[in-house]
Design a protein around this ligand. Structure first.
Ligand code: 5GP
Ligand code: ZN
Length: 118
């Protein structure tokens, strides 16, 4: 873990070096609109600190940050998805489809989410 990783695009986003539509920010997490939305509502909730995965975040003892991710993602899902609901996704590693190595929770809403996908 490090407070910030200079090669990480999400650390740059947290630092304001790349623009983002920010919908929430507090002392632990930030939530932004995904640049390539997969649903009418597609937000990303990420810690201000750099951690690669949810497992690494928890292993670093940052359980307060892990809870903040879930709390914010759930609140935004409730707010943006309404009674129809929402989906939270944490892609992890190559097979999990993780393309940015800074842990983040996807908040998806605004259309039915089918499982299995496709
Ligand atoms: P992953 O595939 O790692 O689970 O999700 C990465 C997500 O980050 C993708 O949904 C992608 O569209 C989004 N993303 C990648 N680069 C940027 C960016 O510069 N800004 C924002 N807002 N989202 C990004
Ligand atoms: Zn980072």
């Amino acid at each position: 873990m490090s407070a910030s990783d200079t090669n990480c695009i999400f650390c740059k986003l947290v630092g304001g070096e790349i623009p983002a539509t920010v919908v929430h920010r507090d002392d632990r997490v930030i939530a932004v609109v995904d640049v390539n939305p997969q649903a009418p509502v597609h937000l990303l909730v990420l810690p201000l600190e750099h951690h690669g995965t949810l497992g690494e975040l928890i292993a670093a003892g940052r359980t307060d940050v892990a809870l903040a991710l879930l709390r914010t993602a759930t609140a935004l899902g409730d707010e943006r998805g309404g009674p129809a609901g929402f989906r939270l996704v944490v892609n992890t590693g190559a097979d999990g489809g993780q393309t940015v190595g800074h842990v983040h929770v996807h908040v998806l809403a605004g259309r039915p989410m089918h499982w299995p996908p496709g």
